[in-house]
Design a protein around this ligand. Sequence first.
Ligand code: ADP
Ligand code: ADP
Length: 234
Amino acid sequence: MIKLTHIEKIYAKGTKREVKALKDVSLTIEEGEIFGVIGLSGAGKSTLIRNINLLERPTSGTVEVDGKDLTAMKQVQLRVERRKIGMIFQSFNLLSSLTVAKNVAFPLELEGRLDKEAINKRVAHLLELVGLSDKADMYPAQLSGGQKQRVGIARALAAEPKVLLCDEATSALDPKTTSSILELLLDLRDKLKLTIVIITHQMEVIKECCDRVAVLDGGVIAEMGSTLDIFTEP
Ligand code: ADP
Ligand code: ADP
């Protein structure tokens, strides 16, 4: 579902502040897989995840999602392909002036493909998927961190993506809430056949839900394999 080939990302190339954030990263993530990327601060994790949906462009290398090379696309085509990729964040990124339902409806209204009734129906379905049907008319400030992230997940799934990118999505949550969000991700993977990429600095997150893991260190994949193999002492 996701294939990165020889990805290199250099910030401020050719200046004194040049940083090689990713150096020759290649990996393949299968459909329906939950793939973790773990590493210390500065290892290149956020750079890696932002290069998957081309929020940032790799300096060199190719990014394929669902069989299509995103790095070769023009903006218009890229906008269409990006609908296949949802994303959630550490800080949830909800709009505080909108209700839960309106936050989830927002990407659908921007897209303009569905009418009002269809959007309402879809939003109700999404809120049910994440267990927040009774919170539709509340505002983000009235929700717990875990509930806010559930809204973030519902919004990320609004356009029926095939891939969900999770950028330190549980780092602001306590361990119990983290587990409930990871359980939800496992459940959504099974129900929707989603492919999920999780970047985190928390080993527990990887152990709890990732099928495979890459250990990123200084912009290089130091180790990659099944979670059991990587995190079981020999
Ligand atoms: P992580 O997510 O693992 O903490 P990042 O991908 O944020 O790592 O950062 C990797 C390296 O790239 C770090 O040295 C960081 O300072 C640098 N970096 C990240 N974003 C930028 C940017 N926009 N401009 C310049 N350097 C950056
Ligand atoms: P069906 O063939 O009945 O649509 P699916 O399992 O494909 O069965 O979908 C069930 C529901 O989940 C549908 O309402 C669909 O809109 C929704 N759905 C499917 N894929 C996704 C996705 N990636 N993200 C969010 N919702 C989805």
